[in-house]
Design a protein around this ligand. Structure first.
Ligand code: ADP
Length: 491
């Protein structure tokens, strides 16, 4: 294939477009398909099988068989780990192609796909591969003449439903712990971006992960997604997406009492104290919001700047933002690609209108970029107040709300004045202020003098309406296990 210097959409092979069930590529039972769109050109890339309840049922039965009597759970844990290492190696070998496919389907700049998404994907699978043979319980001293111990067993068939903002990375975050624990999988990728998840299923088969262990059913949320949530043979649902969808999933899963883990939205406060290194803070604010076209659940979209440094800070931030290059995501010089689809594009522009109507000052951007593709200029609103919609709602686009503050106690209160609690950041040279903020802000991740630092070993997830349970790290693994207590009379 061409090098990324000269890549265009036409160079990229799209080979997997069907459902992947029990190791076979099959059409949806209904025969229906849907289009996946290149958001940079608004052109159709391919037609993809539109899975529904019948396909999910087949996938769930295959996963059940692979779990109950199949080779995965009963396989020597070291061999399971070895297959996962092979998958990571295979992804690494195909890095260029996978990065290009991700950029095609999602619109993110090729440089980001190659230097952020792919390395994190590989890291997550390798990290959990190492865990496969290190999952164990403990011996517990109990009363009487008994031996008591716990076993950590795989939870069973895991239903996994992911969004479109990091399609491959979300696949890896979900598959890694599930596979290491010995679970089998029914995955429903986002309808906007099914292609890289399907390619990963192909690679998993190539490296020898047995049939039925990973099943992928592309399709829509209320049909295929809901069928995963309701299926009686699926034990757990791991979901990343909007809190409103999580509420529906909670209701739909009540009948079968599934184990649930949710990683949901955010409106993360990024706080700049006057004593911070302002260059580093401005860069952190810039990356923290604009990364991935602002389509990050942990985007630092409420930027609080201490009043005394507001002016110099804004100069630095706006200078960085003006240098941002929008355009063809396959160009290695592009910093920002299109938003994912028409619906998100319209939603973001409507928030820009709301910001203006509510009296915030749009100091940068504020419009569509170009006239083809879902591109939106990086946009900064200054003079934002806490109750404005642009300070409260998750916009999921390149729109930054800047607020000011005067003192430490005030900022703790205001940072927490949101129903979300996914991430938060603080920039200061004062270690006491940093620790106090880290302890008192209600968020699952706190970054101090940095932003968007991710590692497969560090748990990630939300407080409040940003979800429950954690992904990554040991906690992420435990979410795919059940604890079993065994007590043996010794007398
Ligand atoms: P986003 O706004 O990021 O698309 P969603 O929560 O709507 O967030 O979608 C995330 C994932 O959840 C997608 O794969 C989508 O198809 C799926 N989904 C949407 N609605 C439902 C539902 N009712 N049940 C199960 N999955 C759903």
């Amino acid at each position: 294939m061409a090098t990324t210097q000269s890549l265009s959409a036409a160079d990229i092979k799209v080979d997997q477009t069907q459902c992947f069930i029990d190791g076979k590529w099959v059409d949806a039972a209904s025969g229906k398909t849907f289009a996946t769109i290149n958001p940079a050109t608004e052109q159709e890339i391919a037609q993809v099988a539109e899975g529904d309840a019948e396909d999910v049922d087949r996938a769930a039965k295959a996963a059940r068989k692979a779990f109950d009597s199949g080779p995965w759970r009963t396989m020597d844990a070291r061999d399971r780990g070895r297959l996962m290492y092979k998958l990571a190696d295979r992804i690494e070998a195909d890095m260029e192609e996978l990065a290009a496919l991700e950029t095609l389907d999602n619109g993110k700049p090729i440089t980001e796909s190659r230097t952020a998404d792919l390395p994190l994907v590989i890291d997550a699978i390798r990290y959990y591969a190492g865990y496969a043979d290190k999952i164990h319980g403990s011996t517990i001293p109990i009363r009487g003449n008994h031996l008591c111990y716990t076993r950590r067993e795989a939870v069973g068939v895991a239903g996994q439903i992911i969004p479109w903002n990091f399609p491959m990375l979300m696949t890896a975050w979900k598959w890694g712990p599930a596979l290491a624990a010995g679970c089998t999988i029914v995955m429903k990728p986002a309808e906007q971006t099914p292609l890289t998840c399907l390619r990963m299923a192909h690679l998993a088969q190539e490296v020898g992960i047995p049939d039925g262990v990973i099943n992928v059913v592309p399709g829509f949320g209320p049909t295929a997604g809901a069928a995963v949530v309701k299926h009686p043979q699926i034990d757990k649902v791991a979901f990343t997406g909007e809190h409103r969808t999580a509420q529906i999933i909670t209701r739909d899963s009540a009948e079968t009492l599934k184990r649930l883990t949710f990683e949901l939205g955010g409106k993360s406060p990024n706080v700049i104290f006057a004593d911070a290194d302002l260059d580093a803070a401005a860069h952190g604010a810039y990356v923290g919001l604009y990364l991935n076209q602002g389509q990050c659940c942990c985007a630092g979209s409420r930027l609080f700047v201490e009043k005394s440094v507001h002016e110099p800070f804004m100069e630095k931030l706006t200078a960085l933002t003006s240098s941002r290059r929008l355009g063809n995501p396959f160009s290695p010089d592009t910093d920002q690609g299109p938003q994912i689809d028409q619906a998100q594009f319209d939603k973001i522009l409507s928030y820009i209108d709301k910001g203006q109507a509510e009296g915030a000052e749009c100091v940068q951007g504020g419009k569509r970029h170009g006239d083809v593709g879902y591109f939106i200029e990086p946009t900064i609103f200054d003079g934002v107040t806490d109750q404005m919609a642009i300070a409260q709602d998750e916009i999921f686009g390149p729109v930054l709300s800047v607020l000011t503050f005067d003192d430490h106690e005030e900022i703790i209160r205001r940072a927490n004045d949101t129903f979300y609690g996914l991430a938060a950041a603080v920039w200061t040279r004062d270690i006491s202020k940093a620790h106090d903020y880290a302890a008192r802000v209600r968020a699952g991740t706190v970054w101090v003098n940095c932003y968007d630092v991710f590692d497969a070993a560090a748990p990630f997830g939300g407080f409040k309406m940003s979800g429950y349970g954690r992904e990554l790290g040991e906690e992420g693994l435990k979410a795919y296990t059940e604890s079993k207590t065994v007590t043996i009379a010794l007398g």
